[in-house]
Design a protein around this ligand. Structure first.
Ligand code: Z5A
Length: 221
């Protein structure tokens, strides 16, 4: 049976990292092999691109088109260096953001042509598409509060994040983009309210993931 490729999407601070870690622990405790990844990043080349995109002092003048291409350069590397080999080796892949982030942030947020965005994404991912995408929905207020609460704890060179410097209207468009994505592909993209109790969200996620893993072979733990 095919191992699933699951992606996690939503606005910043929506709880993706927290839930990926809980899900990976649960799957591993059952004997599954699990690979957790993040975008942009996840490979040595991708992590350099991540730094350029988010924190490099030289990134002030980055254009939306350059941002689109860098996100997808990181992704093209991750798909070929890690995701395809991991899936082929029978590992469940959990990825914090994937191409829906590009549609939401570069397509809707930066207002780039959506067909051009799709074309670039196609080059980066080819046939490597997620089986399930979990869309974490939180209000702008919650997202903003969680992002600001995290900032003082970041080490100094990492305090600045160019993408987070965008104005509020950008993040409103990103949230609308995610709604459009979910409406277009309701079978793959399953959205839920991610503002409640962590354990309750974990249970809701498990209800969606369990059918994809219940017939997979596991190793003794
Ligand atoms: N980006 C893009 O533009 N195009 C692309 O193609 C891709 C990405 C792939 C990556 O940011 C940036 O790149 C992102 C989109 C853009 N930009 N923005 N803005 P990142 O990887 O640095 O961060 P992020 O993906 O935005 O996630 P995050 O900020 O790390 O948040 P999170 O992973 O969704 O949430 P968390 O870390 O699990 O939780 C945040 C806080 O909330 C933390 O203190 C938790 O303890 C707390 N938390 C979590 N769950 C709960 C609940 N249920 N209740 C209360 N508190 C909670």
């Amino acid at each position: 049976m095919k191992v699933p490729f699951i992606t996690f999407e939503g606005t910043e601070g929506s709880g993706k990292t927290t839930q990926i870690s809980l899900l990976a622990d649960r799957l591993r405790s059952m004997g599954h092999r699990v690979r957790t990844l993040r975008e942009p990043g996840g490979t040595p080349i991708g992590e350099e691109i991540r730094h350029t995109l988010k924190h490099s002092p030289a990134n002030h003048a980055m254009t939306a088109e350059a941002e689109l291409l860098l996100m997808n350069a990181s992704r093209a590397q991750l798909v070929r260096e890690v995701i395809r080999p991991a899936l082929a080796a029978g590992e469940i892949v959990l990825c914090d953001r994937y191409y829906d982030s590009t549609t939401a942030y570069q397509g809707y947020g930066r207002e780039l042509d959506l067909q051009m965005v799709r074309n670039i994404v196609d080059v980066a991912v080819g046939e490597t598409r997620p089986d399930l995408t979990l869309l974490f929905v939180v209000s702008q207020g919650v997202s903003e509060a969680r992002r600001l609460a995290r900032q003082p704890t970041l080490p100094l060179p990492f305090k600045r994040d160019r993408i987070e410097e965008a104005g509020q209207s950008f993040f409103v468009r990103v949230a609308k983009g995610y709604q459009a994505i979910a409406a277009a592909e309701p079978q793959r993209v399953r959205q839920f309210d991610a503002t409640g109790d962590v354990a309750k969200i974990q249970a809701a996620i498990w209800d969606l993931v369990q059918p994809l893993v219940k017939r997979l072979k596991t190793q003794a733990v």
